[in-house]
Design a protein around this ligand. Structure first.
Ligand code: HEM
Length: 494
């Protein structure tokens, strides 16, 4: 009797696996006509992600999967999920802005949501509009001019700390940049002059812990066990570290609002006001309210920090480009140490080319969207319910579009070179309704920080371009970039 039960149970398990896998089997022929590899029952093609242990191996696995086929679109199954990998600039641009692909796919964003709660980054529909619209208002061009003084002040503080590093050997500048970028975001977009949650703590240690947590989220996303539902990510300690302090910050802002009778509903002045307004409408607990801030803090500071860290390292490797930027800065400021204003930033044309070339090497390798209705495009059929995974990284290194794809070569962004390339080749802020709202703000911050540092310090390094390794987090993040700084002296040509 026991044996019969065992056989029946085994048969049931096999039946469930087969039913669960049916989508994959039919997917190779019926659900979509897009070419892709054979999909194994249950895991599909998640085998590409066997052995992912950190951000570096995650990027490797993703690239191997993306480069395995040469079609502009490929079909994969990651566990139960039908994924259409979008690889060519033409389809990247068309599908990112397609009305059927206006939401993020929970399959790829569930761990982010698991950690950051229900912030603007993972919201959809009306709830998303509720936060996105006022955020756009806060960081629109007419307001960000007011941020210039704040950014200048915070960079000065960082320069003071960096003075101690002059001629002191090679070091990783990341922690200085990340702290500065965080402080700028807090004051500019949130109206808070000090990072409350860091008082009494080792600020650099906090940043390190947050980074580790972000890496864990991303590694868990690109882990075959998570794709097949066998494991679930458990948020670590950083929430315990940050949330009580974010809660205090929100409490203090509420007091200010009530004592000064501030109208934060019709005209929210900072992102904290947006969060307070949203939480009230949605009747959120204090804990959930603080959590609403977390994704914005990470999206708004970590991203641009990575570009700044990388450009300093790349300019240290390429002295000729660093000198060209420096000469441009001399032509704008002479030897004065005044802070840059908005007009100065517009004149930093060569620096902007260098920043874009840096973004080519570090911008987000992929984003994902949910397909909410069937799409027919050039004979390809993409069914509702599939996920579009945009392999933004591939066109960024494709020799078809770049004269020197594997180098740091700012001339890639000369106007005539840009005009020749399809738009979808370079989309660091993506496009469509879920595109990044922080593009202008980040260029303002990046130009101000980098120009100030290059006017003060000369950067060198012993690392070579090919020595740099990258891990896959929000962006491609360089691992342990090392620079040395010395005091800038006037050059003979100046
Ligand atoms: C170089 C700097 C930056 C890059 C390359 C970048 C890139 C991106 C990308 C690719 C997305 C879409 C993500 C996805 O669909 O999964 C995004 C979204 C977002 N970014 Fe940025 N970003 C940068 C800086 C910033 C800054 C400075 C802020 C804030 C001031 C910001 C705030 C956001 C927010 C709130 C979202 C979510 C938008 C939504 O879903 O409505 N980003 N960013």
């Amino acid at each position: 009797m026991e044996e019969i039960t065992l056989v029946l149970l085994s048969a049931l398990v096999v039946l469930i696996v087969l039913i669960k896998s049916w989508g994959m089997v039919s997917g190779t022929s019926g659900a979509t006509n897009i070419p892709g590899p054979f999909a194994w029952p249950f895991i599909g093609n998640a085998g590409y992600f066997f052995g992912v242990t950190d951000g570096e191996s995650a990027l490797k696995a993703f690239t191997t999967m993306a480069k395995a086929f040469h079609d502009p679109l490929n079909r994969f199954w990651l566990g139960p999920k039908l994924v259409i990998l979008v690889k060519s600039p033409k389809y990247i641009e068309t599908l990112l802005t397609h009305k059927a692909a206006s939401s993020k796919d929970a399959f790829f964003y569930k761990e982010v949501k698991n950690v950051t709660g229900n912030g603007v980054f993972t919201r959809e529909g009306e709830a998303w509009q509720r936060m996105r619209k006022p955020l756009m208002n806060i960081i629109q061009p007419k307001n960000i001019g007011n941020f210039q003084g704040i950014i200048g002040k915070k960079v000065e503080n960082m320069c003071e700390e960096l003075q101690l590093r002059i001629d002191q050997g090679f070091f990783d500048i990341s922690k200085y940049i990340k702290l500065c970028s965080l402080e700028v975001l807090f004051e500019a977009a949130m109206g808070v002059d000090n990072i409350g949650f860091m008082s009494g703590l080792d600020k650099y240690e906090v940043i390190h812990q947050v980074e580790e947590e972000i890496e864990e989220i991303f590694v868990s996303l690109w882990n075959w066990k998570a794709m097949t539902g066998l494991t679930k990510y458990n948020p670590g300690d950083f929430r315990e570290l940050m949330l009580p302090h974010l809660d205090k910050m929100i409490f203090e802002r509420k007091e200010e609002i009530s004592s000064q009778r501030i109208d934060y509903n019709t005209d929210p002045k900072s992102y904290i006001d947006v969060v307070i307004q949203t939480a009230e409408k949605e009747q959120r607990s204090n804990y959930e309210t603080s959590l609403l801030l977390v994704d914005f803090i990470i999206a708004g500071s970590d991203t641009q920090s990575i570009v700044i860290i990388l450009i300093l390292s790349l300019l240290a490797m390429h002295q000729e480009y660093q000198e060209k930027v420096y000469q441009e800065l001399l032509s704008i400021f002479g030897h004065s140490d005044r802070k840059p204003n908005e007009d100065d930033l517009k004149k930093m044309v060569y620096l902007e080319m260098c920043l874009k070339e840096t973004l080519r090497h570090c911008s987000p390798p992929s984003v994902a969207r949910y397909v909410n209705e069937d799409v027919q495009i050039d004979g390809y059929f993409i069914p509702k319910g599939a996920s579009l995974l945009f392999a933004l990284y591939l066109p960024l290194v494709d020799p078809q579009h770049w004269e020197r794809p594997s180098d740091f070569y700012p001339d890639h962004f000369l106007p005539e070179a840009v005009a020749k390339r399809p738009k979808g080749t370079f989309m660091p802020f993506v496009a469509g309704p879920k595109s990044c709202p922080g593009q202008l703000y980040s260029f303002q911050t990046m130009k101000t920080v980098v120009s100030t540092l290059l006017r003060r310090f000369h950067f060198t390094t012993e690392q070579k371009f090919d020595d740099l390794h990258y891990k896959y987090l929000l962006m491609r993040e360089p691992v342990n970039p090392l620079v040395k700084i010395s005091k800038r002296l006037p050059t003979s040509s100046s």
